[in-house]
Design a protein around this ligand. Structure first.
Ligand code: G16
Length: 504
């Protein structure tokens, strides 16, 4: 490691003095103008992680659902999963090191993580459509090259596509081809097969309206739709030509405002959905014939997928264990329905795909979804082999069910000052500031079938307030009261929070 050269280049990406950042729910995020040094340093870190794991590592430049002015970086580990927690700590130390300490911090990471510096390193890079992303991706590349790493810059990609590229490269192409075309082919083939099996002839041709949040999803889906044109007709909205990224549109907007995005016309019973800025969230919705808006968020998606999987498992007669993982944001009714009606075990983890993913890996089939639309289905290697074997051996209806399960495997890309509030119990109980949890408990008692909690966001400088109750009015009122308690007990700084609640 040429430490002098690193220091020289690092000075070209100097850290604003005093700026302290934390590797949060999904990497580093903040105003784009403060991120140059972080990107350079994450280029360095990706090389060390690649050397240590002897595998390809991914770096995604995106701030996902955040406003256009923000940016961020997510690191992707060898099997397409989020960076390991011990390396999140290294990332935080490196991002916060003052210039004069950079060499020492790098050497420390190498020592603690037993990095073999002689080992080769390979990094793949993707970025979203933010105007700041291209330059920030270049800073990542500067960090990679100064440490002698090799790289492939994919340019504009969705986050799930970058996860896919990493996984393909580390499985020698067995999972699929590490190209954008390979991604389209793999997913569309499984989708077209699955829909052929699911519908009998004479079923209506399916169509879907997609709100692309004015982000990268528009570019990729425009290319991809040609691959599944037989199974689905897709109309794109909010494609980035007029509106601002994530502004009045996108999955986060639709979920938190419980209404359609701007820029999309909805007729009754049309199927619609929204992505977020890097297309790793999806929520569906429709209007019924009376004009009422219905949202199918992550909770409902998890329930629908689990019912479908359960039916197929019953059909093939296999007793594979199926579990669902949610976060504290999951609506209580969805949890009750899964546990009591569907008899599926449900687990609650902290917010962040990385936490849910980890838990879901404990099952033969783990369905995980955050209410905001992040999620997928994980199949254990043993379950995957069993299902693929049965798809060859079984006959008639059973064979069809096994084939459908096999297509679902290929379709699910299986590859994660507000700090005054500290939480415990999967972030459902506030430990600090003193008195806050007691205040929330007292407020909750005033409403029927109610629940509420607060937690500091890991991606934005806000405190999130969640509330549910037996009516929209009560939920709104509880959310408002809880946010007032937060405002008072957390010091009364900043803007008074504007809660958004949800009917159950
Ligand atoms: C990221 C994470 C998600 C998390 C979301 C909000 O999403 O990947 O798991 O639910 O942030 O986190 P918080 O409530 O801590 O701000 P994205 O789509 O922004 O990458």
């Amino acid at each position: 490691m040429d430490l002098d050269s690193i220091s020289k280049h690092s000075a070209l990406h100097a850290k604003p003095s005093g700026l302290i950042l934390q590797y949060g729910t999904a990497g580093f995020r903040m105003k784009a103008e403060h991120l140059d040094h972080v990107m350079f340093r994450m280029g360095l870190l990706a090389v060390l992680r690649s050397k240590q794991t002897k595998s390809t590592i991914g770096v995604m430049v995106t701030a996902s659902h955040n406003p256009e002015e923000d940016n961020g970086v997510k690191l992707v580990d060898p099997l397409g999963e989020m960076l390991a927690p011990s390396w999140e700590e290294h990332a935080t130390c490196l991002a916060n090191a003052e210039e004069q300490n950079m060499q020492k911090v790098l050497m420390n990471i190498c020592k603690k993580a037993a990095v073999d510096l002689q080992q080769a390193a390979f990094i793949v890079i993707g970025r979203d459509t933010r105007s700041s992303s291209e330059k920030l991706a270049q800073s990542v590349i500067d960090g990679i090259t100064v440490l002698g790493g090799q790289f492939h810059d994919y340019g504009l990609l969705t986050t799930p596509q970058l996860h896919y590229m990493v996984y393909c490269r580390n499985t020698n192409g067995q999972y699929g081809k590490a190209t954008v075309e390979g991604y389209y082919q793999k997913l569309s083939k499984a989708f077209v097969e699955l829909t052929k099996q699911a519908f009998s002839s004479g079923d209506e041709y399916q169509s879907l309206k997609v709100d692309c949040a004015n982000g990268i999803g528009a570019l990729q889906l425009r290319e991809m739709r040609g691959y599944f044109s037989q199974g689905l007709s897709v109309q794109l909205f909010n494609v980035g030509t007029k509106g601002k990224l994530n502004h009045l549109c996108g999955a986060d907007f639709v979920k938190s405002h419980q209404k359609p995005p701007q820029g999309m016309e909805m007729k009754s019973n049309e199927r619609c959905c929204s992505f977020d800025g890097d297309a790793d969230r999806i929520v569906y919705y429709y209007r019924d014939t009376d004009g009422h808006f219905h949202l199918i968020d992550g909770d409902k998606i998890a329930t629908l997928i689990s019912s479908f999987l359960k039916e197929l498992l019953l059909e093939i007669g296999e007793n594979l264990n199926l579990g669902v993982v949610q976060t504290a944001y999951a609506n209580g009714s969805s949890t009750r329905y899964l546990e009591e009606v569907m008899k599926v075990p449900v687990y609650c983890t902290k917010t962040g795909v990385k936490h849910l993913h980890h838990k879901a890996q404990e099952f033969d089939i783990g369905v995980y979804f955050e209410a905001n639309g992040h999620g997928t289905v994980l199949f254990s290697k043993a379950a995957e082999m069993k299902i693929k074997q049965l798809a060859k051996e079984l006959e008639d209806k059973k064979r069809k069910a096994a084939k459908m399960l096999a297509n679902i495997i290929d379709l699910s890309n299986q590859v994660a000052d507000r700090q005054v509030i500290c939480t415990t119990d999967a972030e459902r109980q506030a430990v600090t500031p003193p008195g806050l949890q007691e205040a929330i408990n007292d407020l909750v008692k005033k409403y029927k079938l109610s629940r509420a909690f607060v937690r500091p966001s890991g991606t934005e400088d806000v405190v999130r307030v969640y509330a549910e109750a037996d009516s929209q009015e009560s939920a709104d009122s509880l959310a408002h009261e809880v946010s007032c308690a937060v405002y008072q007990l957390a010091g009364g700084v900043g803007e008074k929070p504007q809660p958004v609640s949800e009917d159950i």
